[in-house]
Design a protein around this ligand. Sequence first.
Ligand SMILES: *Cc1c(COP(=O)(O)O)cnc(C)c1O
Length: 480
Amino acid sequence: MNTRLLHRSFRIMNSYINRGLRRPGKLSTKFSIKELKEEQDLKIKYLGAKEDELVSFVKFYLKNSTKSISSRFNNQLFSGHNKAALVGDLLAAVTNTTMATFEASPVGTLLEEELVDSINRIIGFTNKGNKGEGIMTTGGSQANMLALICARNNSIKECKNKGVYGESLVGFVSEDCHYSFAKMFNIIGIGSENLLKVKTDSNGQMDTLDLEKKIQTSVTHGKKPFFIGATAGTTVYGAFDPIDKVSKIAEKYNIYLHVDGAWGGPVIFSQKHFDLIKGIEKVDSFSMDAHKLLGVPLTATFFLVKKSGTLLSNFSEDNSEYLFHQDSNENINLGPKSIQCGRRVDALKVWFSWKAKGYSGLEQIVDKNINTMQCIVNYIKSVPELEIIKNPMYLNVCFRIKSNSNIPTQNSDLLKVRGRLIENNDFYINYSKDKNGLLFFRLIVLNLNTKLKEYYLLIDKILKYSRELVNTKNDTIIAT
Ligand SMILES: *Cc1c(COP(=O)(O)O)cnc(C)c1O
C-alpha cells in the first residue's frame, strides 16, 4: 500500500503545482476549526487508516492550505514556488540524514560550506587573513538568538560555564525590529526589559543619535551594554538601519554588532542595491533567510560570523564524544557549531536553487522586485484617495485610504475590505498597525510571477470595495 500511496499522493501534488500559479483554488479557505474538523476526520485511531482515506486527506490538506504558491499571495514574507529548491528539499527528505557529522552527511556538509563561504565572500567577512564562518539555522529568530549568545559570552568571559550571575546587561535594537529579539532576551536569561528600543526616523531607520544617548544613559545607570541589533529590512516597513553609522558607535563603545537581514539580507546579491547594507563588512555577525525573498521552502537561514572560531567556542559541548568521534573528519563536522543535534540538510534546497539560478538569478529577484515596488508606489501616489505610510526603501508597500477622503477609513473598514479581497479570491494581502493604532495595508512585493497589472488591479479593487462600504453605510443609516 505504501508504494501506491506515494504514487497517488505525488500525482495529486503534481497537479496542485501545475495549477498553482494561476488557478490555485481558494487562496484561503475555512478559518473555522469546527468546519475543518467536520470536513475530515483528524483523530488518530487504534486501527490504521486505509489508503483511500489517506489519499483523500492529501486532497483535503491541499484544498485547505493557504496558497502561497499563487501569484496573488502577498500576505507574508514568502511567496511563490521554486521547483529547483523543491527538488533539493525532496532529496533531503528521501535521503533523510543529519548534518551533525561529515560522516552522516558528506555532500550536505560540503554544500553548506560552499553556501556559507559564498555569502561571507560577498559581505566581506572573508578577506585577507580572515575566513569567517557560519551555520544554517531553523530561521531568523534562531539566528538572532545565536548572535545574542555570542555577544553575551563575549561580554561575560566565564558565561558559558558559570552563567550570567548578576551582570546587568543591556542590548539595543530599533523600535521597528523583529519581535524575536524580545523573545530571545527572555530565553537566554537576560530579560526582555533589558532590551532597549531605539527610536526610528520618518523612513523607519534607527536614529543613531538616540542609540548613542541610550547607550550613555544605560552606562550611567550601571548597566553593561553588550549588544546592538541593526535590521536590514524591517519586517513591517522594510527599512534598513544605517549599518555604517551604527558600526562606528559599536566600535566606539566596544559593543557586539549583529545585523538581522532575515528579510532584507538578499540585497547582498544586487550591485545596484548593495549600498542599503553599506558597512556590513564591519559588523560581527549577519543573518539572512533563504526562505523569504529568495523563495526556497521554509525554513532555511544563514547565521554568519566574521571571527573564525566563534561558533565552536560558543556552541560546542565537551561531553558529546558518542556522536563526534575523533577522526580525520573531526574538523569538518558542523554539529559542534550548531545548537541542534539532529539537523535537516537544509543546505540542499538552497544550493539547488542557487546552482540553478546563479548569482545573476538572485540579483534579478532583488532588482526586479524593487523595480516593481517603485511602479506600485507611483501608481498609489497617483490616486488622490490613497497615501503611502513611509516611503519604501525595499519591498514593503504600506498604504491606506487618506483620512480626509470621503471613503471610510476606520480599522474595521480596512478589515472588511481585506476580508472581501480574500473571499473573492482577488489577492491575499496583509495589514499592520502604526504607532497610533491605525491600520494600513501592507503589500509585500516578492513574487516574480505576479504581473504589474495584477498589482494595479489589487489597488483598484481596494478602492472599489472601500467605496462600496460608503454605500452600505448610507443604506444602514436610511434603514435605521
Ligand atoms: C521574518 C523575520 C525574522 C524571523 O525570521 P524567521 O525565519 O521567521 O524565524 C527576523 N527578523 C526579521 C527582520 C524578519 O523579517
